[in-house]
Ligand binder design. Structure first.
Ligand code: ADP
Ligand code: GLC
Length: 489
């Protein structure tokens, strides 16, 4: 099959979260199943170049062709370029428009409002990603792509199926199936209706049956309606988003499409995330047969950050948002830090969360470390060094942190929701892979952390974790079944 994936983040070019991991690994797995794979993403020029240089990957990216494109949007002619490249056997289209994409961050900037420093979305996000979506059709036309599958991910690519079924019908083969994957329903691509002209969609689509949502434009709503198949990243999340608690107002609409909605659990790139070969922990590589280096790594790592290095080490690598349960951790931080543990949190996001964590770091300098920012190397060291990995999410579509942690023998402590529920088996004696709790509160979190002291056979649990097959193979096959059955599904 010829399959085009469209997303705003793809490893190893650019990443802010799990979306990039998935786009860096699912296409590779699909290629191994003998498909021709294309991927398209915005060209965040400086960020991508910096990343490739830093990882020594520049020479692996082969540029084949650059073409100029023009998209008329909002009564203007917007110019851009498409760089067609090959990367590890995959066809990559980078969509360049430096005014839109060559910025410091992908979606947000820092503003000062009422004397407070805040993170805010760029005002022109709809225009930026509309330009990206329209450019996909220039790519399809100019490169004469005859595609079986166009697979779009999250709100940044949500306009593609809508445009395909309205503005660009003439360009699209009837047999092409459009798949849309929801990675996180908390981000639906909602914009004021005054920006409708940016989409170039016919005005009649601003209706309750289409993109209108409480007077605003909702891109995910449109993608759900106009895609042939909708998937999300775990079976449990597929059910949850059809409920009021997890549906972010779209539950009723999604329920109408439940016959098209499938949950497929993500995998991880087990070659990249491999404690045996991970270059970020090169002095301490280990595997299931011999984990002694993991203990050495923990000791060295803990010496650097904490007063006592033998205490149980709990790690967390996370975006700092309410989704991840940070508010509940902060609520009981004093109680948590009285426990005989070392805790390290790496992350960035909500400024209030960052500031609170910074002040707790001063207060509990002996056994709490907060590293503010995005840091690939430290993330690998945390997965490798920690005894436990903490993910007390309020909701979690899939979650990759807990899977990476298992691969590194760090036992997950997770709330029973979404993909966390689907990927972690609660511990019973020496069976199971993690501590799973239900209660969505600081009390629930505190109890869960406390239960690490009642674990009789930590070594067996760690082994169970490291034995799990987390590769994409099974899930890529599941996607193939979905692709093959296409519109008949
Ligand atoms: P989400 O996509 O909701 O952020 P996931 O668990 O699916 O959550 O994926 C998060 C990915 O991003 C993991 O690969 C994790 O290691 C990585 N990550 C998150 N925050 C950071 C950070 N501050 N530094 C480095 N990696 C991070
Ligand atoms: C989103 C979700 C996360 C999921 C990731 C990849 O960012 O928050 O749970 O693992 O997408 O699908």
């Amino acid at each position: 099959m010829r399959i085009l994936h469209i997303a705003s983040e793809i490893e190893p070019f650019i990443k802010t979260g799990g979306l990039a991991d998935v786009l860096g690994s699912l296409p590779k797995a699909l290629k191994q199943l003998k498909n021709e794979i294309y991927i398209a993403l915005p060209f965040y020029k400086d960020l991508i170049n910096e990343n490739l240089k830093h990882r020594g990957l520049k020479s692996k990216l082969k540029k084949i062709k650059t073409i100029d494109i023009k998209i008329s949007l909002n009564n203007k002619e917007l110019k851009g370029r498409v760089h067609f490249c090959k990367f590890q056997g995959i066809n990559v289209f980078f969509v360049e428009n430096n005014e839109f994409f060559n910025r410091k961050n992908l979606y947000t900037h820092i503003i000062e409002e009422d004397g407070e420093v805040k993170v805010a979305d760029y005002d022109d996000n709809l225009l930026r990603f509309s330009f990206f979506a329209h450019s996909i059709f220039s790519i399809i036309k100019i490169f004469k792509l005859d595609l079986n599958i166009v697979h779009c991910h999250d709100w940044q690519a949500a306009l593609v199926p809508i445009l395909a079924k309205n503005n660009y019908k003439y360009l699209i083969n009837d047999k092409t199936n459009f798949i849309f994957t929801i990675h996180n329903l908390a981000y639906q691509g909602i914009f004021p209706k005054e920006q409708w002209a940016y989409t170039k969609l016919p005005w009649k689509l601003f209706s309750m049956e289409d993109l209108e949502f409480w007077g605003d434009i909702n891109l995910i709503k449109g993608a759900v309606k106009y895609s042939d198949i909708i998937t999300t990243v775990s079976p449990t999340y597929a059910k949850e988003i059809q409920t009021k608690e997890y549906g972010f107002g779209l539950d009723g609409f999604l329920s109408q499409y439940s016959h098209h909605l499938h949950g497929v659990l993500n995998g991880i790139d087990v070659e990249y995330w491999n404690p045996k070969t991970d270059t970020f922990i090169s002095n301490y590589n280990y595997d299931l047969n011999d984990t002694s280096n993991k203990l050495m790594l923990k000791m060295e790592f803990s010496k650097k950050y904490f007063k006592q290095n033998a205490l149980p080490l709990i790690g967390m690598v996370s975006r700092l948002t309410e989704q991840k349960g940070i508010q509940f951790i902060l609520e009981d931080m004093d109680k948590i830090m009285e426990l005989p543990i070392n805790l390290i949190i790496l992350g960035s996001g909500n400024k209030n969360f960052e500031n609170s964590l910074k002040s707790y770091e001063k207060k509990y300098a002996d056994n709490f470390h907060f590293e503010n920012g995005y840091n690939e190397s430290l993330a690998h060291n945390i997965y490798g060094a920690s005894d436990f990995f903490f993910m007390p999410s309020v909701f979690e579509p899939c979650g990759l942190g807990q899977m990476i942690a298992m691969r590194y023998g760090s036992i997950p402590i997770v709330r029973e929701t979404g993909g966390l529920k689907d990927s972690i088996v609660p511990i019973e004696g020496n069976a199971g892979t993690g501590i799973v709790f239900k209660e969505n509160s600081s009390k629930g979190i505190y109890k869960a952390i406390n239960s690490i002291f009642n674990m009789d056979d930590k070594k067996s649990i760690m082994n169970n974790c490291m034995k799990i097959n987390l590769s994409w193979r099974a899930s890529a096959r599941e996607y193939m079944k979905i692709y093959e059955r296409g519109k008949d599904l």
